[in-house]
Design a protein around this ligand. Structure first.
Ligand code: SF4
Length: 380
């Protein structure tokens, strides 16, 4: 591990913000919409996110330190890697963020950290940054804090007291795939217990019910299948009420050479990015289109097809469901039509109140989507 002490604050912030890009578990950085990160004028990555009042804004995302005693085998910052290490104090991060925020450059802060000493010590520094922002500067905006696996109940609760959102990265969908990623972290003790604890502490009617919980899976580092990932995501939404599950394609060559994803890669790196994209499409089917995990169409090997959108694959496998009558079908049936999304279906339902529809013109704005839908609908 190479420690660097002589860097200025700005240079350290640039390094730490850059290294935070491996973590997507916030309302940013996904590939399922137009939420693509971009560099700000000073070179820092800025992450678009949806804001509660509607529209988009950007988050500043950074680590407190990229020094870490963790052994996560997919992570380029794990302890045995020779990378430039540095740290910012909670005061420095709070002041730097407020500078951007006051200029109107960013809407909120996503703060994570490598593990320094132990999980609770790291959590103390993350929470200290939040307290400085909330108490000293009166900041009332968006603050996402990463919860370090293995943190105590008290440390998690302290994070909930200052954060708008928190996340502990589940990383893998099963105990066995998780065990391939880290020899030190324990799936039940460090991950599942923490997700449950946050769920309990943020349940409706509790003191921290305003705090949202999200998480991230690494895709392709272990031997997990898409079916396992989608089933786990569905469980996290239904049972533990997570607001979002993110998928991050494993970056080959940055992890431990002995990792399953390095030894048995499923296709070239582009395939992992396509796989990540298909998982986000399946995630949309769960969250927005009323599909259950058991309805998502997997191939015989337990993966989603890389070649087709899972909604279209489902439609092709269920010819008995089509054509759907646009003038009479229920909302949930219209949502199964390839090419029709929640906005188009809302427009169709509104237009039906005015009279019978004979065309999708005016309700489906994108021509390609209207053409796609036409093979699956009828008007009478
Ligand atoms: S805890 Fe694991 S994932 Fe996080 S910085 Fe350390 S090695 Fe990387």
């Amino acid at each position: 591990m190479t420690a660097v002490h002589s860097l200025g604050k700005e240079e350290k912030l640039r390094i730490l913000a850059d290294d935070s890009r491996y973590d997507l578990a916030c309302a940013c950085g996904s590939r399922d919409g137009e939420d693509h990160r971009r560099r700000g004028a000073d070179g820092l990555w800025l992450y678009p996110t949806s804001v509660p009042r509607g529209g988009k804004a950007v988050l500043l995302k950074t680590l407190l330190t990229n020094a870490c005693r963790g052994d996560c085998r997919y992570c380029p910052l794990r302890r045995d890697r020779d990378v430039r290490r540095c740290a910012l104090s909670p005061d420095e991060v709070a002041a730097a963020f407020l500078g951007y925020h006051r200029r109107g450059d960013v809407f909120g802060l996503f703060l994570s950290s490598g593990i320094i000493r132990d999980p609770d010590h790291t959590m103390e520094r993350l929470v200290a940054t939040g307290r400085i922002l909330r108490r000293r500067y009166g900041y009332r905006g968006y603050l996402h804090l990463k919860v370090i696996p293995g943190a105590s109940d008290a440390a998690v609760e302290a994070a909930l007291a200052v954060a708008s959102a928190v996340s502990v990265n589940v990383e893998a969908p099963t105990r066995s795939s998780f065990a391939a990623l880290s020899r030190e972290k324990d799936y039940d003790r460090d991950i599942v217990r923490t997700v449950r604890l946050i769920h309990r502490l943020t349940a409706p009617g509790t003191r921290y019910s305003r705090v949202r919980q999200s998480t991230q899976f690494v895709v392709g580092a272990s031997h997990e299948t898409d079916a396992e990932l989608v089933t786990a995501a569905s469980r996290l939404y239904r049972r533990w009420k997570l607001s979002r599950v993110y998928f991050s394609a494993y970056q080959r060559g940055l992890g431990d050479p002995g990792l399953p994803g390095e030894r048995h890669p499923r296709g070239p790196p582009e395939d992992l990015l396509t796989r990540e994209h298909r998982l986000y499409q399946a995630d949309w089917l769960l969250r927005k289109y009323g599909f259950s995990a058991s309805e998502i169409p997997f191939e015989a090997d337990g993966h989603l097809s890389l070649l087709a959108d899972p909604k279209e694959t489902w439609a092709r496998r269920h010819p008995e469901f089509f054509p759907v009558n646009v003038n009479e079908a229920r909302r949930r049936d219209l949502l199964r039509v390839p090419g029709l999304g929640p906005v188009a279906v809302r427009r169709i339902l509104a237009a039906r109140k005015e009279g019978r529809l004979r065309t999708l013109d005016g309700v489906v704005r994108a021509r390609a989507l209207a053409v796609k839908a036409h093979s699956f609908i009828r008007f009478s």
